[in-house]
Design a protein around this ligand. Structure first.
Ligand code: UDP
Length: 356
């Protein structure tokens, strides 16, 4: 089925955490959404059904989402998807994202993240689709040299893991591509710490195995799936000694992508632009635990352990460029981040595998 060029957006990795939540405001803004995902880190549906997060999105929006189980490393299959639709724009989420794992299997990270991105860009070019929103990360800044972090902060220095480097390399590739061909327009979104869930509680972050990140770990301790949280260090130069991060509600982040797509559609200025997406506020680990405990009414046992390798004391952004350039700013509070995470975690204590 061919779809109207100005309204159809392709999401690579659209069955994942950030991708699936982004579909909702895209649909609410009148876009048609096509998802391409290899389901390496998403909950598969029953035989013959769409992946669970996509089905949930369809239930929440009442609209159909076209889904392809396709790997970006298979260029021919990606090309076939482009043959079937006229995309106005691509949002590229697909990639591996476990920081620790990227230190153990760097080649896999570069193959999936970097080669996968190159394949996508080549197919886009061949189909003359030259508008892209890229899912990058604040990790490209490395150890912050000043706070709050602006987009002018240096990138690529002292990156400690393959995940961060893969994002940095892809950003460089996108810059080179835009320099080589003035028809390309790219918005690089550097996420700070996305957390939370859809306010219905029917869509959320569904990590496989032990969560790497703070919020899903806290949620699993609160619901009783894990006995105790380890707090990685309380001797940082911060408000209470624990690490400070710029947590951002997933629905705010999702809406940031819609703003980026709209900007690409109306923008006359081509090239690649990098934009921080965060609230601009930092919260410590203990402040997050305290808020989560309040909203859930659950005690969250924790123990202080040594620092985690590669962590910095504080990281939070200057979010003013996103407001100026995209007209976007985060609206939701830490309380809402914790409330919505808790709603999701209590409805699905084992994530989507609760349903099986
Ligand atoms: N953190 C923690 N215990 C955990 C996971 C994370 O104390 O089990 C801390 C971590 O040291 C950091 C903050 O929580 O200060 C956010 O960590 P996360 O992994 O969520 O994000 P990132 O380090 O990528 O900013």
């Amino acid at each position: 089925m061919n779809t109207t060029k100005s309204q159809c957006v392709l999401l690579t990795g659209g069955a994942g955490y950030v991708g699936s939540h982004t579909i909702i405001p895209l649909i609410e803004s009148g876009y048609e959404v096509v998802v391409l995902d290899n389901l390496s880190n998403a909950c598969k549906g029953l035989e013959g059904q769409k992946p669970v997060p996509i089905t949930k999105v369809e239930e929440l929006t009442g609209k159909e989402v076209t889904f392809y189980n396709v790997d970006l490393l298979n260029s021919n299959s990606v090309s076939e998807v482009f043959d079937k639709h006229d995309f106005c724009c691509v949002i590229h989420f697909a990639g591996l994202k476990a920081v620790g794992e990227s230190c153990h299997i760097p080649l896999t990270y570069y193959r999936v993240n970097v080669s996968g991105s190159i394949n996508l860009l080549e197919v886009m070019k061949a189909h003359n689709v030259k508008k892209l929103v890229f899912s990058s990360s604040s990790t490209v800044y490395g150890e912050p040299q000043f706070l709050p972090i602006t987009e002018a902060h240096s990138v690529g220095n002292n990156l400690l893991n393959g995940y961060a480097k893969s994002k940095y390399y892809i950003e460089g590739i996108l810059q080179d591509l835009c320099n080589s061909d003035k028809d390309w327009s790219v918005i690089i979104l550097r996420y700070f710490n996305p957390v939370g869930a859809h306010p219905s509680g029917n869509l959320g972050e569904d990590p496989t195995g032990i969560p790497n990140n703070l919020m899903p770990f806290v949620a699993q301790v609160a619901v009783g799936s894990r006995p105790c949280l380890q707090v990685f260090g309380n001797d940082y130069d911060t408000v209470d000694g624990t690490g400070v991060r710029d947590y951002l509600h997933i629905m705010d982040l999702a809406e940031g992508h819609v703003s980026a797509v709209k900007k690409l559609q109306t923008n006359n200025k081509n090239g690649a632009v990098a934009i921080n997406l965060g609230t601009g506020n930092g919260y410590s680990v203990l402040q997050v635990i305290d808020m989560f405990s309040q909203v859930s009414g659950r005690k969250i046992p924790y123990e202080i352990v040594g620092r985690r390798q590669g962590d910095c004391a504080s990281s939070y952004c200057d979010a003013s460029f996103a407001k100026d350039y995209l007209g976007w700013e985060a609206k939701r509070t830490l309380k809402e981040m914790c409330q919505d995470t808790w709603k999701w975690q209590s409805l699905y204590p084992q994530g989507f595998s609760t349903l099986k």
